[in-house]
Design a protein around this ligand. Sequence first.
Ligand code: SF4
Ligand code: SF4
Length: 227
Amino acid sequence: MKVAGNIISRLQKIEKVEKVERFRLSLQLIGLAIFIYFGSQSTFYVVLLSVPVALLFGPVYCGWMCPRGMFQNIIGSMGKRVLGKRYNKLIPKRIHKPLLYFRYVVLLFLLTALVLYELQLIDDSLMESVVIDGLLVIMVVSILLSFFVDRAACRYFCKEGAAASLTNLVKIRKIKRDASLCNSCGICDRVCPMWIDVSKKDVVRDTACISCMKCVQKCPVDALRVE
Ligand code: SF4
Ligand code: SF4
């Protein structure tokens, strides 16, 4: 009876996860529609509008609504199928940690360029050909990189993600791990697209977190909660 009960609760969990993933995809499609209708600048404004929610739960736009996240998920699932166990092996963990700061370099580059542009120290053509086109190339290449590395653009290159990630430092509700329930299975670590060692933390405070809640969804014993 106990085995049957376990199987039923496992199936219910899978069904719940699938529903949540469908909901995520719907939000990402809305994000894509906004992006297509209002243009690339809209991402910046949507991130700004989502600040109140981000102050509560962290950068939820990144984990739930960003169309670039959707493309990375699609390309990433193709990469997982083709590469199998070789997926996510391109960047070693010791390089991953310092590389996480590169997105702040990209953000700083953009902010510096905007200040110089306002001061008329760089002209329209330089702004368009180097800054705007350069950042676009970086974004497209990094999205394609997610064929090899989960959420490569979010991890290392996204300027909006860099700005939004700072809300992790002040967010009110955090992911907490109940050590008395946790069985150290490591599923949360494996499903985290940002490679955060959730199973080794009591509270997730990392700036890399994109508030996707995949760790919470997939924990088999509900040891992870948002509190
Ligand atoms: S998935 Fe849940 S039970 Fe498994 S290591 Fe993470 S917190 Fe612990
Ligand atoms: S720690 Fe959890 S919520 Fe944060 S990025 Fe990883 S899986 Fe998503």
